[in-house]
Structure formats: C-alpha cells, structure tokens
Ligand binder design. Structure first.
Ligand SMILES: [Zn+2]
Length: 186
C-alpha cells in the first residue's frame, strides 16, 4: 500500500490532456495505490493525473450510494455521446480543496473504455456514476470544475484559487488542513 500525494490546481499536469495507456504491465499496482490514495483523501473518484501520472486512467467508488455495488476502473476512456436532461449538482474536487461548485452536466453518457484485462467496452452510464465519470474525464482533458462555471462564479473563488495555486507550487506544503468533508469529492 502506498499513498500518493494528490496534486492540486496550479500543477501543470492537471492542465493537459493525458496520454493513452499502452503498457499495462504496472497498471494493476498503480490502480491499487490510487485506491489507497483516494480513500485516504476521502474522495469517491480519482484521475491518474491527480497523482501526477500522465495516463488516461481513473477510478471511481460510489458504493456508498445504493445505485452501484462495485468500484470502477476506466482505462483509455472516451465519451462517445451525451444525452438526457442537463442538471446541476454540487461537486467538490480533491485538487481544489475547499471549493464546491454547482456544475451543469448531461444526465447520461456513453463511454468507450478498457478494463485492466485490456478488453474494450462500450456502456451507457447515468446518475451519480455518469456525473463522476464526466468529472474524471474532464481531469484527463485538463479541465477543472472551475472551468465549468460562469466567470462571475469563478471570480468569487479568485482568492481561494490563488492560495491553492501557491500551495501547489510550494513543495514543502503538503498539509491536509484543507481536507474537505463533503460527500461528492473527486
Ligand atoms: Zn476533481
């Protein structure tokens, strides 16, 4: 078990599109460490670039709801379609500690992805899982929840964003004092 440091807003790895996974040899141990790190940070989803890895890979655990029974691992994912009503829901982010925003997203998505056995799947997701997938896919494409809200809303968090950015650049500062207590943090 290894807990990896969760990188925050301001770290360049969170601003670029992640590379496809071609070598699956160490994916299993990476995923294990990612689950440990996600649980330690009390998140329900985590993208590889949030732990500093440039890989199209993310994990989700929404088993605290009665919607889903298993944890999920998604590799080389691509959203192939979006449908249903657009709704707002409050999201937190492990890379934006202390910030929670009402983000508008479509209800359903169709996702193409690989599992750890390298098999390809195409599946439609809805509900909380769909929302969590969309949040993580945004991370893999360099997009934050703050980029999904209006400029007016973004300005409200200008000070917090600056602080997180400064902390992110300060290698010494890895305190967990900002650890969020919200339920939907990914
Ligand atoms: Zn996030």
């Amino acid at each position: 078990m290894a807990i990896m440091n969760i990188v925050k807003y301001g770290d360049p790895i969170l601003n670029s599109k992640c590379r496809s996974v071609t070598d699956f040899s160490n994916v299993e141990s990476i995923i294990e460490d990612m689950f440990d790190s996600m649980y330690e940070a009390e998140g329900i989803g985590l993208a590889a670039n949030q732990v500093g890895l440039n890989m199209n890979l993310f994990i989700i655990d929404v088993t605290h709801t009665d919607e889903v029974e298993d944890t999920h691992i998604f590799i080389n994912s691509k959203i192939t379609s979006r449908s249903g009503e657009k709704t707002f829901f409050q999201e937190g982010c492990l890379s934006l500690p202390g910030i929670a925003l009402d983000v508008e997203r479509p209800e359903k998505i169709e996702l193409e992805y690989q599992t750890i056995d390298e098999k390809w799947h195409k599946h439609e997701f809805e509900g909380l899982l769909s929302r969590a997938i969309q949040h993580e896919m945004d991370h893999l494409n360099g997009i934050f929840i703050i980029d999904r809200v209006s400029e007016i809303e973004k300005i409200k968090y200008k000070k917090e964003l600056k602080t997180i950015e400064a902390d992110s650049k300060d290698y010494q500062n890895q305190s967990r004092t900002h650890k969020s207590k919200q339920k939907f943090v990914l």
